[in-house]
Design a protein. Structure first.
Length: 92
């Protein structure tokens, strides 16, 4: 439950890519397992019938990702906007 399947990954000598949806699925599953009791308590305390949870992802970068860009020597090395951090916000 903690690693994406091989069909969601691409590897080469200088590159490792994982499909974002695979990472999202694993992250949500793990959060639900770890926070199961918190979710149950929230539902029980508020007399809420939980039909679904909305998870909001916010993409961003702090600018530090390219600090060592000039030191990288490779014909295949790429810097993409896809490199960044994700913030997860639960709502119900």
């Amino acid at each position: 439950m903690c690693c994406p399947t091989e069909d969601n990954c691409i590897f080469s000598e200088s590159l490792a890519e994982v499909k974002l949806q695979a990472i999202v699925d694993i992250t949500i599953k793990r959060l639900c397992v770890v926070q199961e009791q918190v979710v149950k308590n929230t539902v029980n305390e508020g007399n809420v019938i939980l039909k679904s949870l909305t998870v909001i992802f916010k993409w961003g970068a702090d600018g530090s990702g390219e600090q060592s860009r000039y030191k990288q020597i490779s014909n295949e090395f790429r810097f993409e906007e896809a490199n960044g951090t994700v913030t997860i916000i639960w709502s119900h």
